[in-house]
Ligand binder design. Structure first.
Ligand SMILES: Cc1ncc(COP(=O)(O)O)c(C=O)c1O
Length: 425
C-alpha cells in the first residue's frame, strides 16, 4: 500500500509530481509520503487492536525527525537501538515510556540515558547485559524495566544478512535457557521483569516463521507470566513489503523463490494473533520496513549512458552511498522513469559513480531508453535507505522531502561540501 502513482504519465507522490520536486530540490533526493506512513501505521494498529498493542516504529528503518513526528502524532511508540535513536525520537515528540531499547551492546551511557528518560523497557540480550543494567539501575536508585530477547532458533527464510532468530546469529538468549534465565534475573534487585521479546529477521514474506516462533515461545511466555508476572509479549518487527510486484527475471534468486502472496499487516495479524489470544497479554510490535518501506522513493538523474559491445550502462548521480541495499543485500528496487519513456526496452545495468563494481543497482534490467538528464525513481526506498547512507567517496548525503497532501517540506537539507569536513582538523 502506498501513494506513489502515475497521473497523466507523471509519477507522483500523493498529488505532487516527482519531476517538479526533483527540479526544485535537485537529485539524489529522498521523497516520503506522510499519507502512506499514517495509513501503514493505522493498518498495524487496527489489525492488532484485539491485543492492546504498543506499536513501536523501528527508528533504524527511517530516523528522519519529520517521519518520526508524523508517526508520534499517530500515537506510535519507538523501537530504538542506540542513544542517538532515543535522542531523535524524543526530539520528534516521542514519549520515552512508549519506547523500547534493543541491541546486543548497549553502553553504560546509553542505558543511563534510557533509564533517566523513563524508557518503557530495555530489551536485554545476555546475562552480562542484565547485570550491567542492574548495576546502573541501583546506582541511579531506580528499577529498570526489562524484557529478555529470546532467540527461538527459527529460520525466517529471508536474506542471510537480515536473519536474526537462529543460533548462528548474535541475537537473544536460546529459548531453552529462558526459564532458568528469568529465575536468575528475578534475584537482581534493580530489575523489573516486564516482558519477553523476540525478533526473528526482516523482510519476512510468509507468516510461517512468525507462527513457528510464536508457537515455540507460547508455553514459555505462559510460564513467565505465571512465575514472574510479565506484562507483555514482544513480537519484534520483520514484516516484509512488496519490492517487485512483477517478481521479474532481473530480481535476485532468493527473492524470486518467495512466490506466495505478500503479507500485509492485516494478513500477518490474522495468521499470528489467534495464537496469542490464550496468553492474555498485550503485544509490543516493532515494525520498521512495514510502515515506511513503501512510503519513500529515491530520485536520481541520469548523468551519462555508456554503451559497450556487451552492456548498456545507465550512470546515475545516485550511488551505493545513497542506497546501499542492492550492493549489501542483493536487494531489488523497481526503477521507474519519472515521465513515461516510450521505445523498445533495453537491457541495462544501472550504476552509480562510486569506485566500486558493487556500486550497481541492477544488471541487465529491461528498461525504457534513458539518456542524460532523464530522471528516475527507485521505488520502496523509504526503509533502510537514507539511514544506511554514508559519505563514501566524499559524497554529500541526499536531501529528504516530506509530502503531505499539498504540503511539501524539506525534512533534511542536502549536505554541502562544508558538511563533509565538519569536525575534522
Ligand atoms: C529488534 C528489532 N526490532 C525491529 C526491527 C525492524 O525490522 P523491520 O524493519 O524488518 O520491521 C529490527 C530490524 O533490524 C530489529 O532489529
Amino acid at each position: 500500500m502506498h501513494h506513489f502513482h502515475r497521473k497523466n504519465g507523471a509519477l507522483c507522490c500523493e498529488d505532487m509530481p516527482l519531476s517538479a520536486l526533483a527540479a526544485q530540490y535537485g537529485t539524489p533526493l529522498y521523497v516520503y509520503s506522510a499519507r502512506t506512513l499514517r495509513e501503514c501505521y493505522r493498518q498495524f494498529a487496527a489489525s492488532w487492536s484485539a491485543l492492546d498493542p504498543l506499536i513501536c516504529f523501528a527508528v533504524k528503518a527511517n530516523s528522519n525527525l519529520s517521519v518520526l513526528r508524523t508517526l508520534a502524532k499517530e500515537g506510535a511508540g519507538f523501537d530504538i537501538v542506540s542513544g542517538g535513536e532515543l535522542f531523535r525520537a524524543l526530539r520528534a515528540g516521542a514519549r520515552a515510556d512508549r519506547c523500547v531499547f534493543a541491541g546486543v551492546g548497549k553502553t553504560d551511557a546509553e542505558i543511563e540515558f534510557a533509564l533517566r528518560e523513563g524508557i518503557f523497557a530495555l530489551h536485554a540480550e545476555s546475562w552480562p547485559e542484565l547485570e550491567q543494567i542492574n548495576r546502573l539501575a541501583l546506582r541511579l536508585k531506580t528499577i529498570a524495566p526489562v524484557a529478555v530477547r529470546v532467540n527461538p532458533n527459527v529460520d525466517a527464510g529471508t536474506h542471510r544478512k537480515i536473519t536474526t532468530g537462529t543460533y548462528e546469529n548474535k541475537f537473544g538468549i536460546p529459548f531453552e535457557d529462558l526459564p532458568a534465565f528469568y529465575d536468575r534475573a528475578a534475584r537482581l534487585a534493580g530489575l523489573r521483569l516486564r516482558g519477553v521479546q523476540m525478533h526473528i529477521g526482516s523482510q519476512i514474506t510468509s507468516a510461517r516463521p512468525f507462527r513457528a516462533a510464536v508457537k515455540k515461545m507460547l508455553p514459555l511466555a505462559l510460564l513467565l507470566k505465571a512465575r514472574h508476572g510479565i506484562e507483555y509479549f514482544g513480537l519484534g518487527g520483520g514484516l516484509g513489503i512488496v519490492y517487485d510486484p512483477a517478481l521479474e527475471s532481473g530480481s535476485p534468486a532468493w527473492w524470486r523463490r518467495q512466490k506466495h502472496p505478500p503479507l500485509t499487516p492485516a494478513t500477518y495479524a490474522a495468521a499470528v494473533l489467534p495464537l496469542l489470544r490464550s496468553l492474555g497479554l498485550p503485544v509490543v510490535l516493532e515494525p520498521g520496513r512495514g510502515i515506511c518501506g513503501n512510503a519513500g522513493v529515491l530520485l536520481a538523474s541520469v548523468v551519462n549512458v555508456k554503451k559497450t559491445a556487451r552492456k548498456n550502462f545507465v550512470i546515475l548521480d545516485a550511488a551505493m552511498n545513497d542506497l546501499i541495499r542492492p550492493a549489501f543485500y542483493d536487494a531489488y528496487h523497481q526503477i521507474e522513469p519519472l515521465t513515461v519513456r516510450r521505445g523498445k526496452l533495453i537491457r541495462s545495468d544501472v550504476v552509480g559513480p562510486i569506485c566500486e563494481s558493487g556500486d550497481t543497482f541492477c544488471q541487465a534490467r529491461p528498461l525504457p531508453p534513458l539518456s542524460a538528464g532523464d530522471r528516475v525513481a527507485f521505488l520502496s526506498a523509504g526503509a533502510y535507505g537514507f539511514t544506511m547512507s554514508s559519505n563514501y567517496n566524499s559524497r554529500p548525503r541526499a536531501a529528504e522531502i516530506l509530502v503531505d497532501g499539498q504540503q511539501v517540506s524539506v525534512a533534511r537539507k542536502r549536505e554541502t561540501l562544508a558538511d563533509l569536513i565538519r569536525g575534522e582538523q
